[in-house]
Write a protein that binds this ligand. Sequence first.
Ligand code: ARG
Ligand code: ZN
Length: 848
Amino acid sequence: RTVYLADYRPWSHLVDRVELCFRLAPKGTKVAAKLHMRPNPAARGRHVLRLDGEGLRLITLKLDGALLDLTPDETGLTVPADLLPECPFLLETEVAIDPETNTALEGLYMSRGMYCTQCEAEGFRKITFYPDRPDVMARFHVRIESDLPVLLSNGNPTASGEGWAEWDDPWPKPAYLFALVAGDLVAHRGGFTTRSGRSVDLAVWVRPGDEDRCAWAMDSLIRSMKWDEEVYGREYDLDVFNIVAVDDFNMGAMENKGLNIFNSKYVLASPESATDDDFARIEAIIAHEYFHNWTGNRITCRDWFQLCLKEGLTVFRDQQFSGDMRSHAVKRIEDVAVLRARQFREDQGPLAHPVRPESFVEINNFYTATVYEKGAELIRMLKTLVGDEGYAKALNLYFSRHDGEAATIEDWLKVFGDATGRDLTQFALWYSEAGTPRLKVAEAWQDGSYTLTFTQETPPSPGQPVKAPKVIPIAVGLLNPNGDEVLPTTVLEMTGATQSFRFDGLAARPVPSILRGFSAPVVLERETSADERAFLLAHDTDLFNRCEAGRSLAREMLIAGLTGGEDLLPAWRDALARLIRDDTLDPAFRALALRLPSEDDIAQALHQRGHTPDPAAIHAARRAAGDALAQALAADLPGMIAGLGAGRFAPDAAGAGRRALRNAALALLARVDGGAAAQSAFAAADNMTDQTGALAALLDIGQGAAELARFRDEWGHDANVMDKWLSLQVALAAPDRAAAQAETLAADPGFDWRNPNRFRAVFGALSGHHAGFHQAGGAGYRLLADWLLRLDPLNPQTAARLSTAFETWPRYDAARRDLIRAELERILGQPGLSRDLAEMAGRMIAAA
Ligand code: ARG
Ligand code: ZN
């Protein structure tokens, strides 16, 4: 089945109220549902009643108290129109389901003795017969019967007794926001009083033993609640807010109304067990899910094509929050790195799709970097174009106009049009056209007048051969040759295919700083000298572009080396060494500037310029550059490491920045001291950031066997921590060893490959190891395909997600392309392949 945006129709009926009763059992959980319904006046005429339902054993079906004898089909249940009253009626069902055997982790399932649910996008249909679509919003009342001590659902608790509990959610919601949890759990409690005086009981629920790792999640939640009041004027709307940590979870987390469910990896943190990156990610995801309460729950999506309406906006909001909590420049540099690594990659391959897709086979395949991360970039551009005040007015209008509704991207853009008077017709193309625009720049200088001429072009993508020019906000600044800024950041609005902007009255030819803060998700193609990049690395006032100058200098150096160009290594090495020694610069910023472009980024850039990337050569060139920098800085590194050292761990941005720079320095030093410093750093580490930092520095130079063993002794009991141990060994293996390393780890009888975190730890690391995954001969490809085929029958969603490792195949040489095609064909030929993986493999191969 393919579903099309163009086919949207309102549902035939409205659901006013839902009463659910769960009698929980690992096998044969009984779900009784009472649906209070009436015909939808917006869907004129008489209609059949079609309810979604998959894998449900129907026990009874009643309409207004009378038994109906109807048999469901594979995907649901149809009540013929002539049986249905034209006034309000009550439909009652009872079904049985088996949470214990639900390995797909969608619907109601069990994770280590605990019951939990994941309903987005279409999991509720695996719980009961229901119109499982986001535009059907209803009030839910839930009763849970079970011997387990903690029984949770959405909304407020209304009553409970021995073996049962009842919950009532006053806010109408779509079924995908339903949640239920039952287990032997303990709470880390907190509280928050909203600005209008509502006092909210907060709890983070975890397994006994994990209580001492919840404080950071709670702290992040309280800061999120406060921030959303202060910055967006959004208040919480229930008496309780519960977060539950679950070990088996396909995604990061889920924003179920009043009952957020999290992958335990994004809740649990202590200095000993979590890195600075973990702390930052937990803070961001807690905020993200909390912010969904308004952008997603109070205002939801009309249909799944509008997914970016809630996800793009909520990602943008969590990015703003993290920037406010930490450093905006550092956050932006990190977010853009992820955008390029995942979204640009996706946008340039066979899986490219618009931020708002127009068709899908399996909606779970569209929870992508494009919908989320590019979706957030579109919100950022809108804000840049209408200004902070216009954005605030538009958002207020959005919340007041659409509260309680299931909205569309058209509604969203209309709010901006109405609030600011701006015509957003052209801007809407960003939502409908896939592909990353290329932006070329030409300069002219004459008599004190400087002209920038931009040309934009978006390459074709599947199903979209021709693209129209987009509105591109280009933030620029101009610097004098002495380093002074002569034009502070100014936003140029490009709307045509080619457009010039002139700056008059300048005393000297300026150096331009273009696309400051990464003001638009485009590939900037500007040919310029290494000297100019080094100049911007030293002088740009925009920290994003300053870092970008270093990154582009490194990229050009590596590409020149790989394609027989000029030797830029000395220029890059000297510019970087100067920057690293500059103690006036934020350590976090210096650590970021030290990062070389990833091997995948280099392959992407080579392909864009018409070269065929050679993974082994890229790996070698990148290592050689690291070695050269290490040698240049050898004398400075020990002092730097000592100077940035220790103090008590606190998960704040400043401390994290110092540790990041220190660990980057340690990795460089390992290249020249044989690992001595990293060994003692590992022995002395009192927090996970330093422990994994030192371990990584050792593995990177082919050492660390003793440290790996010690790590396992210390953390063997903690699966989430051991995932780091697994990943690092694969990620840092020599290219010709990576696949074998993954295979060995996965063959360990203790390796629980059915758990998505474990599977990703090994096979996500393998696909992220560019030279290892693309090793000539195809061992990496074969191993991944074998394991995807093994996982698919149990957990299609996670198998499909990891298959994106193959999406970059068009970049490579004929031999590698043939090897990948063979694996994709093998996957597609598998009998009983899931819809999820079939769609992904099919889309990837269609472009072959
Ligand atoms: N809405 C969740 C979030 O963004 C993600 C749910 C993903 N679900 C899925 N089936 N892919 O936080
Ligand atoms: Zn989300």
